[in-house]
Design a protein. Structure first.
Length: 315
């Protein structure tokens, strides 16, 4: 009788062990993405089965706004995301810390370009002509950060930089081309499309490299699943390398998944996607300083507060 009880007990333990392992295998890494070109390597890696090859179960979840994305990561509904350094600092400030595990775009200034453009009939072609001229932006965002820094680099004083809040990029784009606003800050591919349709390029960040998009995860998820993140980045790197070798092969995916307008493909070149790496200390600290001065964060976080270097796979 004792042997039967022992055998039953062992069978129960074995059942629990194997069902537990299966449950772990079914755990999904949920990553939030906006419909932007920065997200393309994730979609390529998913389509080609690279995540599965690395043994990580990744679910890509699309969000239409950064607010929705970061609300989801703050609530623990998703584990990671592609966004900007401002988003990571804001999450820390709100008590829902996340850490950057890699750069997405921004190794060079030609990746993820931002530009300030003037309307076709404004007559504005130089940065100094924007003194006291409202530039359409979305406030407290990477767009405002870029506007302040691009114009400050050209010698404009803070009190000479005027801004007008027009949060939605398509609205900003249309008002600019209709000459209903004199200037706007836009990211590619919308900046390239606006220039192609007659807007004047005043300045962009290709030589300054002020903007980086990043891949980040909740700190709690990092602590529990660091190996899975490294596997995810390995699959991402494989996809990024393939896009770089043959970008034209991914034009349809760029439209269908990354949300790039098909007409933009005539004037917009798919970005070069760097291998996984962290943004530099200077790049991160510049953002933190700007946010602190604008009272968007209460603490000047350190580089180490916002980054995790040990998860990047070996090349």
């Amino acid at each position: 009788m004792r042997n039967k009880k022992y055998l039953f007990f062992m069978l129960v333990l074995i059942f629990i062990f194997f069902t537990g392992c299966n449950a772990k295998k079914e755990d999904k890494m949920k990553i939030g993405l906006l419909p932007i070109s920065d997200s393309l390597p994730f979609y390529v890696a998913a389509e080609k089965g690279y995540f599965q090859s690395e043994g990580v179960n990744v679910e890509l979840i699309r969000f239409e706004s950064a607010v929705e994305r970061d609300s989801a990561i703050g609530a623990g509904a998703i584990d990671g995301a592609v966004g900007d350094i401002l988003a990571v600092a804001a999450l820390h400030n709100s008590g829902a810390p996340a850490k950057i595990v890699s750069m997405s775009l921004g190794e060079t200034g030609r990746e993820g370009r931002f530009a300030i453009l003037s309307s076709p009939n404004s007559g504005i072609t130089k940065p100094e002509q924007l003194k006291n001229v409202p530039v359409a932006i979305s406030t407290n965002s990477i767009i405002e950060y870029m506007t302040d820094n691009l114009l400050a680099e050209q010698g404009l004083k803070p009190e000479e930089i005027k801004k007008e809040a027009i949060p939605k990029i398509p609205v900003r784009f249309n008002l600019l081309l209709e000459d209903k606003i004199k200037a706007a800050c836009l990211p590619d591919p919308m900046a390239a499309m606006a220039e192609n349709k007659g807007a004047n390029l005043v300045i962009d960040d290709t030589s300054l490299n002020l903007s980086q998009t990043v891949i980040y995860f909740r700190t709690g998820y990092i602590d529990a699943s660091s190996q899975s993140i490294t596997k995810c980045l390995k699959a991402y790197a494989r996809a990024a390398g393939e896009i770089n070798e043959n970008p034209s092969a991914y034009r349809d995916l760029l439209v269908d998944k990354a949300g790039v307008p098909r007409e933009a493909l005539n004037v917009f070149t798919i970005d070069h996607y760097p291998a996984p790496q962290l943004p530099t200390k200077d790049q991160v600290e510049k953002v933190i300083q700007w946010m602190f001065e604008k009272e968007l964060i209460k603490t000047q976080f350190s580089y180490e507060d916002l980054t995790r270097a040990d998860l990047i796979p070996a090349r």
